[in-house]
Design a protein around this ligand. Structure first.
Ligand SMILES: [Zn+2]
Length: 633
């Protein structure tokens, strides 16, 4: 390809907003003049990745990666420098000298993109301008698609011919080998040559999140034709598991609403978009994948699943829920009224009604699982109920954030009419097992985990290499009560607290050991004092048993919180200590938030999400102070 001149490169750089570009990969927050987020190049939990829009550069203080917008795209997309320039030029509307003709040094990939772009234009022109396209136009009209949507989504028509695309491409110097590389033509079986993959079909181009055509979904126009859809095959350009249909068009709405709606078909996406419901995507030609969910995680926190009310739909929804939770996002499930699909619903009732329906009929995953089980009669027998309970816990165990997991555990306990203390040890057990499985993979053939930075957050928080900190007085107090009181006190304490609410290191290890002993039904203090659970645990146990200090009186005086006293009896004292421990966690979060709010105030940055979080934490703190988490027993 002809070399891109420095003038053009500078023009592209000047017109490109680096924040816009990076926002396709990283959820950025404004911090003063900069933006910060979680680095896409290394795994981290607190943001050290900075973007400076004034200087047009990014810098990660965690791993050191940094540079300009071209370098960012080279790294994150694995593109060559000229490819990044062309990609950005297209987005900002800079006309580069057309790489018309395929010079020898044009990369195959570039040529493939070129062919796909050409094909999309060819199909679209056929739909909108040719006589051949009249059947398809009539079909779209009947389905209610307007001209604007057709243009926006680049909908097209593949003529009823074996070589219409081949011939048109030839006039533009695009050969069959490149068309084949792009998945557009198929080699003939009997003799040499090729034929068009798509014939007499409605064509939906599949765009990357930055708007490059990667492939197509071709839909039948005659009911007797099969299959209903032909999707592009996997190519070097199009990898189904990493692409979401509608993402390119919906990403701004998704970012704005912090939510995505997941539907099944291309036509659902287009008709919802047309009705003003724009935060919609479909996983085209494949069941939802972890990579697709990670892609959504760049833009949203919440994913609403629309599913069909049949067994296949339920299974798909359950699988999707697991993937969404594992990626740290929040899933909801919505079932449309009987006999409706998203397209028919939005056409008969309109976008605002659809939005309202999603809002009013969404179920959290616990409610969804229980409702499904109820429908199939599984909740009618004790064995069935136990199995469902187990399934819900297995799903809960996929949540990495302990606070989120805890709040869902309470939801689950409430919905199942059980005290959460009965569920918590079971949940801990599942998580323990999973962790030890992760630590010691059963099979050496386990494929090497090439983690994308987006799923790198799946490490359980206590697996992080945090320096061991001296546990707070309430923790030591609880350990004393459990070591002193044995199984009944362990049941009471560990029935209300999660193991990872204890400070990492010996304190958490001791809590884990006590839970294990509780589950096995045999309390064995000597084992712990003998060092069987580790030297740190032994030392801590010995310390609390011999030298116990009751948590500070300051709490009571300052906040009217009752301080755990041994004279209150072990259960009452344990309850007070648990309240103190939880308050400590929440107060730490509130302090951090206060600092963020202060900083946001100074810089005039967006604060609404911080205020919302603060309100939630304050409500959480009130609930703890009122001992609500203890009241289920
Ligand atoms: Zn980094």
């Amino acid at each position: 390809m002809s070399r891109i001149s420095d003038t053009h490169i500078e023009e592209v750089r000047t017109l490109t907003d680096i924040v816009d570009v990076v926002s396709d990969y990283v959820r950025l927050k404004k911090r003063g003049n900069n933006f910060i987020g979680l680095c896409p190049f290394h795994s981290e939990k607190t943001p050290s990745f900075n973007v400076n829009p004034g200087m047009g550069i990014f810098k990660c203080f965690g791993c050191g990666e940094g540079g300009d917008v071209f370098h960012f795209l080279e790294r994150v997309e694995g593109l060559s420098f000229p490819e990044t320039v062309r990609l950005l030029a297209e987005q900002v509307g800079v006309q580069l000298p057309e790489e018309d003709g395929l010079d020898e040094d044009t990369s195959e990939r570039e040529a493939g993109y070129h062919a796909l772009r050409f094909a999309a234009r060819f199909y679209h022109d056929n739909l909108t301008k040719s006589d051949d396209g009249s059947v398809a136009r009539a079909y779209l009209k009947e389905r209610g698609f307007d001209a604007q949507s057709i243009r926006k989504f680049g909908v097209g028509y593949a003529p009823d011919s074996w070589d219409a695309l081949l011939r048109a491409a030839e006039t533009k110097n695009i050969g069959p080998d490149i068309l084949a590389y792009a998945g557009l033509v198929v080699p003939r079986k009997e003799r040499n040559g090729w034929y068009d993959r798509y014939r007499h079909r409605l064509m939906f181009p599949i765009f990357s999140h930055v708007g490059k055509v990667l492939g197509f979904g071709g839909r039948i126009l005659r009911d007797e034709d099969t299959p209903k859809y032909i999707n592009s095959p996997e190519t070097k350009i199009y990898s189904k598991s990493r692409v979401l249909y509608g993402l390119y068009h919906g990403k701004n709405a998704m970012r704005h609403r912090e939510e995505a709606v997941l539907v099944e078909g291309y036509t659902d996406v287009v008709s919802l978009y047309q009705a003003g419901v724009q935060h919609v995507v479909a996983s085209s030609g494949t069941a939802l994948t972890g990579e697709q969910v990670a892609l959504l995680g760049r833009y949203v926190k919440t994913v609403v699943l629309l599913y069909d009310a049949d067994a296949a739909g339920d299974r798909a929804a359950l699988r999707a829920i697991d993937l969404i939770l594992a990626a740290g996002l929040v899933p909801y499930a919505v079932q449309l009224p009987d006999g409706e699909d998203p397209d028919s619903f939005v056409r008969s009732r309109g976008g605002p009604a659809f939005d309202a329906y999603l809002r009013d009929h969404r179920q959290d995953f616990v409610a969804f699982m229980l409702a499904e089980a109820g429908k199939s009669g599984k909740m009618d027998t004790p064995e069935g109920r136990a199995a469902i309970q187990r399934a819900v816990l297995e799903t809960l165990a996929k949540i990495n954030d302990p606070l989120v997991r805890e709040s869902y555990l309470r939801v689950a306990a409430g919905r199942m009419g059980l005290p959460d203390m009965q569920l918590r040890p079971l949940l801990e057990g599942i998580m323990k097992k999973r962790r030890s499985k992760d630590a010691h993979p059963a099979s050496p053939a386990r494929k090497s985990t090439v983690e994308t930075p987006q799923n790198a957050g799946t490490v359980a928080p206590d697996e992080e290499a945090l320096p061991a900190v001296d546990p707070a007085p309430p923790e030591k107090f609880l350990h004393f009560l459990m070591l002193d009181g044995g199984l009944p006190i362990i049941e009471y304490v560990m029935g209300h607290l999660a193991v990872d609410e204890f400070t990492s290191g010996p304190s958490r290890e001791l809590a884990g050991e006590l839970v294990r002993q509780y589950v096995s039904g045999a309390f064995d203090r000597e084992r712990i004092l003998g060092g069987a659970a580790g030297e740190g645990v032994r030392r801590l146990a010995a310390e609390v048993l011999t030298h116990l200090s009751e948590p500070s009186m300051n709490w009571e005086r300052r906040q009217g919180i009752s301080v755990p006293k041994l004279s209150d009896g072990p259960l009452e004292a344990a309850g007070s200590a648990m309240v103190l421990l939880r308050l400590k966690h929440v107060n730490r979060k509130l302090d951090r938030l206060q600092k963020e709010l202060y900083r946001a105030q100074q810089t005039g940055a967006e604060m609404s999400h911080l205020l919302k979080e603060q309100a939630e934490l304050l409500a959480w703190r009130r609930a703890i102070e009122n001992r609500e988490f203890l009241s289920t027993t």
